[in-house]
Design a protein around this ligand. Structure first.
Ligand code: BES
Ligand code: MN
Ligand code: MN
Length: 454
């Protein structure tokens, strides 16, 4: 059957590209409250497109942005696959660095440029198109499918977890499929079997009740930015080790086999640095760059502000200082537990000269799967059929919060089949997606449904 589905997809390539462009024109920025109406319209687009592909589709309002589902469940005695994707995107800033506007998709040199092209609209659409091609050619699918497409991945998926817990019985499934990761290199497809988790929080210190003249008051009153930077500076030693008590207690250490597999992957450190415009790599002592990125926890300040940051000097003692913090977590670390560990530690080192306020934004656990089972092997064959190359098995440093939830609620593994490239500028200006990978990804998806039952 794969060959006739493939033919259908090849005949409809131009239409698939039009679908993608239409999807990319929606300004579905989940973090931006001005986009609420656009988020709704994007959800409606997804619902309508699932419906025209032949699925039973529904929009589910949440406390945040809507979730869209689509179902086709007529394959008796066959496995049920939950396909996940997200229609929300990151903010496009800084706008002036885009060659073409972020929500006016443009094809240049075989790549489509727009916010969300690779993360995740383009990747997600491959599954919808493949399922549609099956239903239009064979009139049926080899497996049962449930699409769950959310609008809050980029802000932590808090409402999706509640939704799935409610639907525990209705959406019971055998395996999940997600295309929201990267290939290992151009022409080297990958199956990702591990993701890091994350915790995101914010700390604000308040000193005097207003900004003060730094000459009149300076030296006699605590400066919240000075205090905050000193506190944060004490959280890591010179070896890159994080000094929050208990931080490493539950870390799942890498085994020798996995270390060997990581080091057998092609990795050009010089090219990696050149691409980033840096001349030294740094990180936790005793670990390789790949190990640091995929399997070690981190502590990062994402932004720090307070006082004056406009043009020229301004002589003040600021009233407040804030830092936004994320930690990447690895399997067996618990996000909620570590968030409280960070909060308690900051409280314990916070001097009485300022008051501290702490906000917990979101968190999720890291995961790692055993790749020897039949689903991973089926995915490997499907990718080989479409790309002509066997995929490598890799881990990834980024996070997709729902993957841990799928394991927790449904007890299932997730096949992370990435058609993107880390050089596609996800979360950056000039985000793009290679059309070749868009088409090959669609073919791999089309092949997967058959391989899962063979
Ligand atoms: N698609 C990414 C995750 C990803 C990044 C996979 C890089 C492969 C390579 C996802 O949309 C993402 O950006 N996740 C956030 C999650 C967070 C906001 C909860 C992340 O990792 O920062
Ligand atoms: Mn994504
Ligand atoms: Mn993302």
């Amino acid at each position: 059957m794969y060959s006739s589905v493939k033919k259908y997809l090849e005949d409809h390539q131009a239409q698939s590209l039009e679908d993608l462009k239409q999807f990319l024109r929606f300004e579905s920025i989940s973090a931006d409250s001005k986009c609420r109406e656009q988020m709704k319209q994007t959800a409606e687009f997804v619902r309508n497109r699932l419906e025209s592909a032949g699925l039973k589709a529904e929009i589910h309002p949440t406390a945040g942005h809507p979730i869209v589902t689509g179902q086709w469940r007529k394959a008796k005695d066959a496995p049920t696959v939950l396909i996940y994707g997200h229609y929300d995107v990151q903010p496009p800033d800084p706008l002036e660095l885009w060659t073409s506007p972020p929500f006016e998709p443009e094809v240049r040199e075989g790549k489509i440029y727009a916010r969300g092209a690779t993360d995740d609209k383009g990747q997600m659409l491959t599954h919808l198109l493949a399922i549609e091609a099956w239903l239009k050619t064979a009139g049926k699918l080899p497996v049962n499918v449930i699409f769950v497409i959310e609008g809050e991945e980029e802000v932590g998926s808090n409402n999706l977890d509640l939704f799935l817990a409610e639907k525990k019985e209705e959406y019971a499934c055998d395996v999940a499929v997600v295309s929201d990761t990267s290939m290992y290199a151009p022409d080297l497809p990958a199956i990702t079997y591990g993701l890091r988790g994350i915790l995101a929080c914010e700390v604000t210190l308040t000193g005097p009740n207003r900004d003060l003249h730094s000459g009149v008051f300076g030296g006699a009153v605590a400066n919240p930015i000075n205090v905050l930077t000193k506190m944060l500076g004490s959280l890591q030693d010179d070896q890159g080790k994080i000094l929050i008590p208990g931080f490493y207690d539950d870390v799942l250490e890498l085994g020798e086999d996995e270390k060997k597999e990581f080091s057998s992957l092609p990795f050009d450190e010089a090219a990696f640095m050149k691409d980033l415009g840096i001349n030294t790599l740094q990180g936790e002592a005793g670990y390789s760059t790949i190990e640091r990125r995929w399997a070690r926890p981190t502590f990062d300040i994402n932004g720090i502000y307070g006082g004056y940051s406009g043009e020229g000097p301004k002589t003040i003692i600021p009233s407040t200082a804030t830092a936004k913090i994320t930690c990447r977590l690895v399997p067996n670390q618990n996000a909620a537990q570590l968030t409280s560990a960070i909060k308690s530690h900051l409280e314990s080192i916070c001097p009485t000269s300022v008051t501290m306020e702490f906000t917990d934004f979101h968190g999720c656990e890291g995961i790692v799967f055993d790749t020897s089972g039949p689903y991973f092997q089926a995915a490997s064959r499907a990718i080989q059929n479409a790309f002509g190359t066997r995929p490598v098995f890799i881990r990834e440093g980024g996070s997709i919060p729902v993957v841990a939830t799928f394991q927790e609620i449904f007890g299932v593994e997730t096949l992370l089949l990435g058609w993107g490239l880390n050089s596609d500028n996800l979360h950056s200006p000039n985000e793009h997606f290679h059309l070749e990978n868009f088409y090959r990804g669609t073919l791999a998806s089309a092949s997967l449904w058959e391989e899962l039952v063979s």
